[in-house]
Design a protein around this ligand. Sequence first.
Ligand code: PMP
Length: 427
Amino acid sequence: MTRSTAQLLADRARLMGPNVSTFYNDPVHFVRGEGVWLWDADGRKYLDCYNNVPHVGHCNPRVVDAICKQASTLNTHTRYLHDGVLDYIETLTSTMDASLDTAILTCTGSEANDIALRMAEAVTGKRGIIATDATYHGNTSLVSQLSKSNIPSVGFGLGQYFRFVDAPDSYRHPDPDGTIFAAQVAAKIDGLIKDGTGFAALVVCPYFLNEGFPDNPDGWLKPVADVVRNAGGVLICDEVQSGFGRTGTHLWAHEKMGVVPDIIVLGKPMANGHPVGGVVAGCDIVAAFRKGYRYFNTFGGNPVSCAAAMAVLEEMDAQGLQANAKTVGDHARARLNALAAKHDVIGDVRGSGLIFGAELVNDHATKSPASDLTDGIINAMRARGIILSKLGRHKNTLKIRPPMPFSIKNADLLFDTLDDVLTEVSR
Ligand code: PMP
């Protein structure tokens, strides 16, 4: 059945329940994707500057082929022996510090974060968790407590274990070496110890993507990692968005930020849209978790998922996609800086590799966020066939995070169009 947009919206509310969100004032109905391109039901072509899940490109032939081959051979679960899961974990962990040698595969980033928090509890014997006040780490009962702006109004009373520090904000509250952030975390740890909760873990995205990817210099997490370790806690780096070469300079953003986490959480781009997430940690942490919690995931680590995930790593290597992220990302930021010189509304340009964007403000002196205008720009870009979004505490930061094969030509189309839209909105 092919429905009209109006019918799709009505049927979504009827069949999926109310409050299922869509992007855009005029929601878009995609029917096909290839590389960095998407097509809607009317055959209109869009440049995808937003989706990081199709990491190696929409419908990447190597990934599609790997899925089809394995799906037509065997798909079971990890209670039977299979090479695929072992080959994948071995390849994945070989890209990380030698201390991170063991993994549990899941289907989502939420599950992976849930495991990471429980690992922290199992290994420290404590429950106090610290996160930033503008983050998102997923949707389980436990993990949803980490999103301060989004904490469920109902729930299982888990909020008592969570504490929040200010999300870093290089534009409004500079903290060039991460010591202010570290001091805030130290104060929260003291509080957790004093009130008897105890401290288990700090969980952060090492590039703070959901917070608006502040311009933290390389090595910025070192001071806070010391604070966490000195207090006997574990450092969890949620690389669901920041990993797999997206920052261009490093395969993993924690390397860029100068730390070796105790636990790494993975998801989104891991298998190019096939649902795969994972937790990587040292064998001792995984052993403590398995002792405390019986854990089995029916779909996690199945042969088809592992084939898809392996194909992503192979494709990244074959196409040099991390290097591409660096080259195209550098070009993109140069173009954004040129636009900032021309359009007053751009207050700050940030990013690394193929995560970049601009914070839009009403006035450079007060830095008052131009949140409504940002929304208008995103809708105007959609009308011109460019898909992007916004994020950050004030929802005024353009979020540009395209599939990794994004080219300089693609970036030029994006910024030529953005130039037109900014000129139009400033009239
Ligand atoms: N961690 C981060 C940093 C995320 O951005 C998200 C999803 N946006 C998640 C975890 C949750 O992943 P999932 O939706 O696969 O559960």
